[in-house]
Design a binder for this molecule. Structure first.
Ligand SMILES: Cc1cc2nc3c(=O)[nH]c(=O)nc-3n(C[C@H](O)[C@H](O)[C@H](O)COP(=O)(O)OP(=O)(O)OC[C@H]3O[C@@H](n4cnc5c(N)ncnc54)[C@H](O)[C@@H]3O)c2cc1C
Length: 437
């Protein structure tokens, strides 16, 4: 397939709409010869380029993104930097080593983000007061029991919450049971990725709106862009589900398109009806359930659809239909806010795999890839990107061995079976969701 700029469509919706318009930065032109190039400036690519910049302070490193920074999934997610994952299914001590490994990676990502935010004074509403989890229907209530068993057995600090305690904290009666886990951070994701991109080491040159259209493998590797060429000794691919477009990990990752809406800013009285917390985030204990946040600037944000749309965003017309689904869930949770309109709606595409895992490794001696994460890429992408830079540099660390030891994404059949399989994989996430949607 011959790629063009049009294959990297975008829109302005999402958390970036709350920020000043991003000035178009440098667009790659001409021919460049560098030791390292990183493709993709989401959490994975930003972390990878930063670490390479630190490891090789005298080398020129290029970081490319097809879109403006903040318009990929990294700027469009719900802003939960997960430290402790909730693993669906019955608690099983046999799975503990794998789960511990994943949580060590998650926590490494949270630590890295915290130190980068502090070092560069990035204003991104970072709040480390942990997450709430809620269950309204049978399946999620069962998952609540499983998660509590895991947290108890691993001695992870948490608080059990009944319906009344959840109402007092969040202003909704909707959830029958739930809990609060102390670890994990909430963030304004578009502010964070922009802040990270604008504070890269000096030897990292960022080019936005510069899609790589072709990768010619060899020693060195040649990258073809719209108006330029890069010849590089090493290439780091951090393009998540879009890696297949340039010929890598094709059919291991697919794009699942999610949508959500933000209310307008709530008034003092409306905020008072939600309890005393200034901001909070709630993850559903059902994998297909709604993610809900009270943002630091006083809006409710609710995300609850996921579908296979060929890895594309939803059109403006399509978003109107999705808003009805958001509205229904919102009204069920917050009947006292039934008159509060939505002000913004957005879609975003996350990389998922058939078996719910990720990708980390090399292809040949000079091409390295990391991606996937199935909805936990804020912290995990940061950790994987950092580890990928160190791994490609011949480093050895606990983080690298943990990333290498994670189960790899499994292969999916070619089209048209791929489309059917992908739609099925995404749809199966909603089995038994009931009132948790
Ligand atoms: C609506 C939504 C909610 C989510 N909520 C959460 C959450 O709360 N917490 C969480 O941890 N995760 C969440 N996720 C998932 C999370 O956003 C991703 O896992 C994460 O962004 C992955 O980071 P990444 O850098 O690997 O990939 P991406 O953020 O997808 O970045 C890849 C970048 O590569 C660029 N690119 C692609 N192809 C090319 C090319 N050929 N040339 C140049 N550049 C290219 C893209 O433009 C993009 O910017 C959510 C995702 C969505 C969509």
């Amino acid at each position: 397939m011959r790629l063009s700029k049009a294959d990297f469509a975008t829109d302005r919706h999402g958390w970036a709409e709350f920020l000043p318009e991003r000035r178009v930065g440098n667009i790659l032109q001409g021919t460049h010869r560098v030791p390292w190039v990183v493709i993709g400036a989401g959490f994975t690519g930003l972390a990878c380029a930063r670490r390479l910049g630190e490891l090789y302070p005298d080398a020129d490193i290029i970081l490319l993104d097809a879109r403006l920074v903040g318009q990929g999934a990294s700027g469009r997610n719900s802003g939960f930097a997960v430290a402790v994952s909730q693993f669906p299914g019955a608690y099983s001590p046999k799975q503990i080593p794998e789960q511990q490994r994943i949580n060590m990676i998650n926590q490494a990502g949270v630590n890295l983000l915290r130190s980068q935010i502090e070092a560069n004074s990035i204003d991104c509403q970072w709040d480390e007061s942990g997450f709430h989890y809620g269950a309204a229907d049978r399946y999620a209530i069962e998952e609540c029991r499983n998660f509590l068993e895991f947290l108890d057995s691993r001695e992870v600090p948490h608080t059990r919450l009944d319906q009344q305690a959840l109402r007092q904290r969040l202003g909704t009666d909707h959830y029958k049971t739930g809990l609060h886990v102390s670890a994990g951070a909430l963030v304004q994701p578009a502010s964070l990725v922009r802040g990270l991109a604008d504070n890269l080491p000096e030897n990292v040159a960022l080019y936005e709106q510069s899609p790589v259209l072709k990768v010619q493998q060899g020693v060195p590797v040649t990258l073809n862009l719209v108006n330029g060429t890069i010849v590089a000794d090493n290439v780091m691919i951090a393009t998540n589900y879009e890696a297949g477009k340039i010929g890598f990990i094709n059919r291991y990752l697919i794009g699942s398109t999610l949508t959500g809406s933000f209310t307008r800013k709530l008034t003092e009285d409306e905020l008072a009806s939600l309890g005393s917390l200034k901001q909070w985030g709630l993850l559903s204990l059902h994998g297909g359930g709604a993610t809900v946040r009270l943002t630091a600037d006083g809006r409710i944000c609710l995300r609850n659809t996921a579908e296979y749309n060929g890895g594309k965003l939803i059109s403006d017309a399509g978003m109107i239909e999705r808003q009805f689904i958001h509205r229904k869930s919102f009204d069920l949770r917050f009947p006292q806010l039934a008159d509060v309109p939505f002000e913004y709606s957005w879609s975003g595409v996350e990389g998922i795999s058939r078996n719910g895992t990720n990708f980390f490794g090399s292809q040949g001696n000079n091409i390295y890839l990391a991606g996937g994460y199935n909805g936990s890429g804020v912290s995990r992408g940061t950790a994987f990107g950092t580890a990928l830079a160190e791994y490609a540099s011949g480093g050895q660390s606990k983080l690298i061995s943990n990333c290498l030891a994670c189960k790899s994404a499994t292969w999916m059949p070619p089209r048209p079976l791929l489309d059917i399989g992908a739609a099925y994989t995404v749809r199966s996430r909603f089995k038994g969701v009931g009132l948790d949607r």
